[in-house]
Design a protein around this ligand. Structure first.
Ligand SMILES: Cc1cc2nc3c(=O)[nH]c(=O)nc-3n(C[C@H](O)[C@H](O)[C@H](O)COP(=O)(O)OP(=O)(O)OC[C@H]3O[C@@H](n4cnc5c(N)ncnc54)[C@H](O)[C@@H]3O)c2cc1C
Length: 570
């Protein structure tokens, strides 16, 4: 008999969004609901601990910032694909989250007058990134996790891998999971659920993401009939350290760092004369790609071309105080000290704007199921996210969905549980993959997947490249995930990696299909064969549905409240 565990609310994912949701659900229910938080890594190893530069919020209206400005910056940054009502909600809720974190113990960096300090970030017209040195994610996670531990009704399942959502008659019923330590297969029953499984950046080899960001939650939702929205919009951050791809925070440019090419020219003058290095990421990443393509990059012995990020003029004290983590990263991974030498950087996969289709409240089309954080596409980011908005989104919609799921669970009785679906999932994994036969090495398939995405779904895209990539991914899907070499139950990471690969292939196909169909350039999606934005035909969201015949693409309107699309210059 399959082991079964019951909770009122089941949260899949324990990054900033999942932890924030757990606290809210616990508080709303006055400690009465039982809340399960499942994570395939220990909560404090979730990808969110990597966030470096800051969390956006309007705190200094007395010094010239305004909600209006944050709303407009985000909508313009999104290349007008953001739903404007969701952006308004983000901006009005974010400041409360900053103070809430402060009350829970967050060590925000301070100005000399004692106020929470804020720094500049790309595409923002005011320095509104609150930060804690350059380790904002680590401190936010520590604050949230410590707070969760104060609530006895929140139970963590660290290192449990969720394999499938259980949905019956359009309603959420729970999920199935493998306890990685023992290999035990378990069914989780729950009245309400929240998917907070993060982004899909590990589809690419050169990426800033943790290796756990393998798109599982997106694939689970997609297989359960929920559409994935706007997946063609993948963000490339301008400054990945060469050759590892580890992020050099935009805060480094926010604090005054400049980009130069092999001739020492500050090339952003040409591409964004006013905002320079602090133009939005899509624009700076394309500028770097152009400089490299046109022969003005430098060449690294790893084979990668790059440009320089120069911080030397900021001085020893500022670098040590505000950018200590990236300094340590440069010294340890590249053997250079940014106080003395420029940092070699190039564009790198960093964020997925698209995700699980969810409305302004984070509700998915499945009753009783919400999604929050990077996994969800509630359409704040549109075609290009502004830096520091993601952690703000995780906090705001963690809170919103935690409250909604708890209220739902308080007013609904447990419903019939789909035992048959649990049995089929156990058979798929243990009779199918675990006892399966085959020669294909899943790690080779993964390398081919990453290579294909790096080559054809990068900063510049074409009809031919995307078409070829789609064929390759479909061929890889036929070859992959039929067996595992390691037949042990305990800590079988071979099995987990094969399941992750399955998710990555499904989601890569959706990214490519959306990108191939979208014959325009908008935000991070730049088609060399269609270099202009085309509002007449493409001011709309892409919705990708899984059908027995493959992907079906549909489209939905963008919510425009106050700002009609304009030409986007910086
Ligand atoms: C290097 C870096 C720096 C960044 N810096 C900033 C910044 O300064 N400011 C900003 O706003 N944004 C930043 N971002 C983006 C931001 O960090 C992320 O978008 C955000 O942290 C995502 O949080 P999340 O809660 O949605 O998910 P994550 O933190 O990605 O957590 C996902 C969770 O889901 C779990 N999970 C996934 N699949 C499964 C499964 N199958 N079963 C069980 N559990 C599963 C994981 O274990 C994990 O707990 C940065 C991103 C990177 C890569």
């Amino acid at each position: 008999m399959t082991d079964t565990v019951s909770h009122d609310v089941l949260i899949i994912g324990s990054g900033i969004a999942g932890l924030r949701a757990a606290i809210e659900a616990s508080q709303v229910s006055g400690g009465k609901l039982s809340i399960g938080v499942v994570s395939k890594v220990h909560a404090m190893r979730s990808h969110s601990v990597c966030a470096q530069g800051g969390t956006a919020a309007v705190l200094r209206v007395d010094r010239g910032d305004s909600a209006e400005a944050h709303i407009f910056d985000t909508i313009k940054g999104s290349d007008y694909l953001a739903d404007q009502d969701t952006v308004e909600r983000l901006v009005s809720f974010a400041p409360k989250e900053i103070f809430q974190l402060e009350h829970w113990g967050m060590p925000w960096s301070r100005d000399s007058d004692g106020h929470v300090a804020q720094r500049a970030f790309g595409g923002h017209s005011y320095p509104r990134a609150t930060f804690a040195g350059d380790r904002v994610g680590f401190y936010e996670m520590q604050t949230l996790y410590d707070t969760c531990l104060r609530y006895p009704n929140i139970q963590f399942y660290h290192e449990w891998y969720v394999t499938r959502l259980l949905v019956e008659g359009g309603e959420f019923r729970g999920a199935t999971a493998i306890e990685i330590r023992s290999g035990n297969f378990t069914a989780f029953k729950a009245k309400a659920g929240i998917i907070a499984t993060g982004g899909a950046g590990r589809l690419y080899a050169f990426a800033t993401y943790s290796h756990s960001s393998t798109a599982d939650g997106l694939a689970m939702a997609y297989r359960a009939g929920i559409p994935l929205k706007d997946m063609e919009f993948v963000q490339f951050h301008p400054t990945g350290l060469v050759p590892s791809g580890v992020l050099i925070t935009e805060g480094a440019r926010g604090d005054g760092g400049i980009l130069t090419n092999k001739d020492g020219d500050r090339f952003m003058k040409k591409y964004a004369p006013q905002k320079l290095e602090l133009a939005p990421r899509d624009i700076v990443a394309r500028a770097i790609a152009r400089e490299i393509q046109e022969g003005r990059g430098l060449h690294d012995e790893s084979g990668l071309d790059y440009v320089n990020l120069d911080l030397r003029h900021l001085g020893d004290e500022k670098i040590k105080e505000r950018l200590s983590e990236i300094r340590e990263v440069c010294i340890k991974l590249r053997g250079i000290d940014p106080i003395e030498e420029p940092i070699p950087v190039r564009y790198v996969c960093h964020f997925t704007m698209g995700g699980i289709h969810a409305n302004i409240d984070g509700a998915t089309p499945v009753k009783g199921l919400w999604s929050a954080g990077e996994a969800a596409c509630i359409s704040v980011n549109g075609a290009n996210r502004l830096g520091t908005n993601s952690t703000a989104i995780c906090l705001v919609w963690g809170g919103i969905t935690g409250r909604a799921a708890a209220e739902y669970a308080m007013h609904h009785a447990p419903a019939n549980f789909p035992d048959q679906a649990v049995m089929l999932e156990e058979k798929r994994i243990y009779d199918g993959i675990f006892r399966g036969e085959g020669k294909e090495n899943p790690y080779d398939v993964k390398h081919e997947l990453e290579k294909t995405m790096d080559e054809h779904a990068n900063v510049f895209r074409t009809d031919q490249g995307l078409g070829e990539a789609l064929k390759t991914i479909r061929a890889l899907k036929r070859r992959a995930y039929q067996h595992v070499e390691d037949k042990s139950r305990e800590f079988n990471m071979n099995l987990i990696n094969v399941l992750e690969l399955h998710s990555m292939l499904d989601v890569a196909e959706v990214v490519l299909a959306g990108a191939h169909a979208r014959t325009e350039s908008r935000g991070a999606h730049f088609r060399l064969d269609f270099p202009k934005r085309d509002d007449e035909h493409w001011l709309k969201h892409t919705l990708a549905y899984k059908t027995p015949d493959g992907i079906r693409l549909d489209y939905s309107a963008v919510t425009i409240t106050r700002y009609q699309p304009q030409e986007r210059t910086y």
